[in-house]
Design a protein around this ligand. Structure first.
Ligand code: 13P
Ligand code: SF4
Length: 315
């Protein structure tokens, strides 16, 4: 599958990782070659859980910044390396602390639940954190008479309001990748593949979620495809996930959901996730840089809603 140059770089990364006793954790949206050198691959919740368990002193978090920050908050004694410091997230960028402060002032007395796709500062201002795989559980853990602000993803928020029956006050943020799927094109594709099932991430638009056969986090989408008897799936999430899907289920067909024409790359690639390359993974291991740091006070405040989420996720 890989050419000679890529194979050479893979060898170099694996060798350096061993010599430096480092662990590489990768999100499903990472490039295939990064997933293939990783010790573990997972969704946001799984990566946070693994970050707590690491024995090694050095971890490369191949994902986006909020994932690396989460690992550092949970396990501050470790050196957390990132391939590219600029790997942000449109959701995290949509929610600035000063704006959230104003929003909270407009909605006093609300419990603040933040999706993990936000900065450490925003987590520090939150009562509870959630990921796409435990969000329903987190909302249901809050007493029913308590009003809730949910941020920053309004699509996930609408989905949660519908699933839990709670009236959530939503922040107006979206994931630029999941927002770009074209329902018209998905319907056209479905007409050509009537046996296919549409499986979708809850960051997608509500119109798409309404017609999806299954909705779940990246990990849940993979697990669904493993347990389900169908042979074909239209996959409405970032296309990096197709690497693990095809590896695990070579007999099944996974078709990436099409996006709107005005999307510059005409595919469901996250530009932030794709900033990481295998070369950058090698360089961060070699140079022990860039490292992720989180201010001590922010870290202490952000730790409590994260810990609460991890504790509630175990039950
Ligand atoms: P999960 O991997 O938790 O499903 O989240 C998807 C995502 O958008 C991460 O940036
Ligand atoms: Fe953020 Fe969307 Fe990229 Fe995930 S896919 S990192 S939510 S922009």
């Amino acid at each position: 599958m890989y050419g000679e140059a890529a194979k050479g770089l893979i060898e170099k990364v694996l060798d350096l990782k061993k010599r430096k006793k480092a662990v590489i954790l990768a999100h499903y949206y990472q490039r295939a070659e990064i997933q293939d050198v990783a010790d573990d691959i997972g969704d946001s919740l799984y990566l946070a859980q693994q970050a707590l368990k690491i024995n090694s002193d050095r971890v490369v978090l191949a994902g986006v910044n909020f994932m690396a920050e989460t690992a550092k908050i949970l396990n501050p004694g470790k050196t957390v390396l990132v391939p590219d410091h600029n790997a942000g997230c449109s959701l995290a960028d949509s929610c600035e602390p000063a704006e959230l402060k104003k929003f909270m002032a407009k909605h006093p007395g609300h419990t603040v639940v933040s999706y993990i796709n936000c900065s450490a500062e925003i987590k520090a201002m939150s009562d509870l954190v959630c990921t796409s795989s435990n969000a329903i559980k987190m909302i249901n853990s809050i007493p029913s008479d308590r009003p809730i602000i949910f941020l920053p993803d309004k699509n996930l928020g609408k989905y949660l309001a519908q699933e839990t029956g709670r009236n959530l006050v939503l922040w107006d943020g979206v994931c630029s990748v999941h927002e770009a799927f074209s329902l018209d094109k998905i319907i056209e594709l479905y007409q050509k593949h009537p046996e296919a099932k549409l499986i979708a991430h809850p960051e997608s638009d509500e119109k798409l979620l309404k017609v999806a056969h299954f909705i779940g986090s990246t990990k849940a989408l993979l697990e669904y495809a493993k347990a389900d008897p169908s042979k074909e799936y239209i996959v409405a999430t970032e296309m990096g996930i197709l690497h693990q899907a095809r590896k695990a289920l070579p007999g099944k067909r996974f078709i990436p959901a099409p996006v709107n024409e005005d999307n510059t790359c005409a595919c469901s690639e996250c530009p932030y996730m794709k900033m990481n390359t295998l070369e950058k993974v090698y360089l961060c291991l070699k140079n022990d840089s860039p490292q992720v740091e989180v201010d001590k006070e922010i870290r202490q405040k952000a730790l409590s809603p994260l810990k609460r989420m991890l504790e509630l996720s175990m039950n």
